[in-house]
Structure formats: C-alpha cells, structure tokens
Design a protein around this ligand. Structure first.
Ligand code: ATP
Ligand code: MG
Length: 319
C-alpha cells in the first residue's frame, strides 16, 4: 500500500447535480492535507456506450478496475427507456456487493440523540434492484425480488468480518456465549424502524437486503442531522473499494454553492482508511468534525449560512 513517496492513482467520478461542487471540496481538502493521491477523473458520457450499454464509458469502468479504488459523486439516471441506471451499472459491472454506511452523532451538533454509532451494511446487487420487471396484463406490473444464497452469504461474511476488524463484535460475543448456536440477532424491518427511532444505541452493525439498507440508512442519517453528513463505501469482489456519499444529486440545490460536502469528504476519508493512509484520514476527519463542532461555519442543512466554498475553506484552515 501507500508510502509518502509513491502517489496512488484513484478514480474520481464528480457525478451530477451537487456532485461537481462537493468533489471540488474533496480535491481542495486533499491538496491542503498533502494526500498522496492522483485523481483520474471520469465524467458520465452524454450518449450510451455500446460496450457498457449505459451512459458510463468503458474507460471509466476500466479505470476503477485498474486502480481498485475510487470516489464517486451522485449520479442521476436520465429518465427514459432503454438504458440501465448508472448506479446499478456500476454495482453490477464492478461487482460492488456490499455498501457500508456508517452513521454517528457529531459533537457540537445537537439532535434528538447524542449516542448514535451505527453501521448499516447494505446488500448491493439484488433484492428489488434486480431489474426484473414486466407488465403482466394492462395495469398490473410484476417486479421480482431476487435474494440468492450466494449474495446473502457474501454480504453476511463481509458484515461479520467488518464487525470483528473494527472491534464491534461485543454483542455478538455476549449472545454467542449464552447461545452457542446463535451469534447474531434478527429483527424484522418494521420493528427495527421503531427500535431505531426509540433508542438507536440498541444497534451496532446492521446487515440487510438492498432496499431495506437504502431505507434504514436514510433513517439513520435523519437521526444525526441529515443526508449532508453520511458517508459510504462500496466493497467489491477482487478488492475494489468505491466510496460515495449516501445522498443523491440534490437537484434542488445544485449549482448554488449550498451543498454540504461533509458526506463526500467523509466518504473520501473511508477511501483513505481502505488504503491504510490512517494519518491523513485522521487529520482530515478531525478537521471536518472540529469545523462542525465549532459551529462558526455550517451549511444551510445544518442551520448555518455558509456556502460550500466557505465551509470547505474553514476545514482547510483547521488542517
Ligand atoms: P436523486 O434522485 O439524485 O437521489 P433526490 O432528489 O432524491 O436526488 P437527494 O440527493 O437524495 O435528492 O437528497 C434529498 C434532499 O436532501 C435534497 O433535496 C437536498 O435538499 C438534501 N440534501 C441531500 N444531500 C445534501 C447535501 N450534501 N447537502 C445539503 N443538502 C443535501
Ligand atoms: Mg435520493
């Protein structure tokens, strides 16, 4: 892995909507922190590439395959027939089977809870997102929800590996001592929503199917201050890691210098941790969290009046 003298090449998809603005923040903060990363930037094409059957170019997918690490801004799929969603194409083509979405309370930013510290691990390839939909008869549409043993085992393996590697195995161990055959707890999704809102501290690592993971991680984001704050990282077969914010392209605030870059910045930090650049990751994460805690510069989603660029500059000053 990395040493100070050998820069690493990583793929960057600035993406759509607020994507280019928050990607600019990441580039600026990385420059300021002297992170040894060279970005290989790829934009989504304006026509379908026959080699990928999508607006994603073959070169951009190849770049991720080659570099094995990257950062992705939100991608909005143009509405219309005959092509796959960009996010789905990326997940399928790169076999990004697990999406890790950490969510923790931020010091100095008051919400209903101050003890949230959860990781949602979302199965990323199947469920309602299998893309198998058709009209049975006029007015009746059938969508197949596919859950396979292979993909379920793969994401479960990853979740247990993650829980162990990050020292989050205590509950599993306690339960395992009492019930040697059971090393985890199962909660049904409706009850899970109720418990999360009543007492989020009951949970540690949550692993779940694709659609539930999408919904629950938005719920978790709401517990700590919203989508502007929550990062994620997609883990793929063959050691690929493609970090991205949980949020979408936020067209309502795009191009207005209003977006909160925290979610993409913290995603970039997870990318640095994947590369074992922990010093840089710690420095950048501290600068972000301290800027928010200080409260002088905050974007509008956190009740402040700072622009994306002012907030980014404040983070650079903290560095
Ligand atoms: P998409 O279709 O691309 O998912 P969307 O309309 O669902 O777009 P999201 O990006 O998912 O929008 O976000 C929902 C709302 O949360 C947005 O309307 C936006 O106001 C807010 N939001 C999301 N991300 C951010 C951010 N980084 N900073 C500030 N506000 C945000
Ligand atoms: Mg959305």
């Amino acid at each position: 892995f990395a040493s100070a003298s050998t820069p690493i090449t990583a793929t960057l998809f600035p993406g759509d909507g607020i994507g280019p603005e928050i990607a600019e923040s990441v580039k600026q903060v990385f420059r300021e922190a002297e992170v040894p990363i060279v970005w290989e930037e790829h934009y989504v094409g304006d026509q379908i590439d026959p080699r990928t059957q999508s607006f994603l170019t073959w070169e951009s997918l190849d770049s991720v395959r080659r570099n094995k690490v990257g950062l992705k801004g939100p991608m909005a799929t143009p509405i219309g027939k005959g092509h796959r969603s960009l996010n789905l194409t990326l997940r399928k083509e790169l076999n990004l089977y697990a999406n890790v979405r950490p969510c923790y309370s931020l010091k100095g930013y008051k919400t209903r809870y101050d003890n949230v510290d959860l990781i949602t691990i979302r199965e990323n390839t199947e469920g309602e997102y299998s893309g198998l939909e058709h009209q049975v008869v006029r007015g009746v549409v059938e969508s197949l929800k596919i859950i396979t043993r292979q993909a379920s085992l793969r994401v479960a393996e990853y979740a247990f590996h993650y829980a162990k590697a990050h020292g989050r195995q205590r509950c599993c161990r306690e339960v395992a001592e009492k019930y040697p055959d059971i090393v985890y707890e199962e909660v049904v999704i409706d009850n899970c929503c109720m418990m999360l809102v009543k007492n989020p501290a009951l949970f540690d690592v949550l692993v779940m199917p694709n659609l539930y993971g999408d919904i629950i991680s938005d719920l978790c984001a709401g517990l700590i201050g919203g989508l502007g704050l929550t990062p994620s990282c997609n883990i793929g077969e063959g050691g690929i890691a493609l970090a991205e914010a949980v949020h979408g392209s936020a067209p309502d605030i795009a191009g207005k210098n209003l977006a909160n870059p925290t979610a993409l910045l913290l995603s970039a930090v997870t990318m640095l941790r994947h590369l074992e650049l922990h010093d840089k990751a710690d420095r950048i994460q501290d600068a972000i969290l301290n800027t928010i805690a200080e409260g002088k510069y905050r974007t509008a989603d956190l009740g402040g009046t700072s622009s994306t660029t002012e907030f980014t500059k404040a983070i650079c000053d903290h560095l």
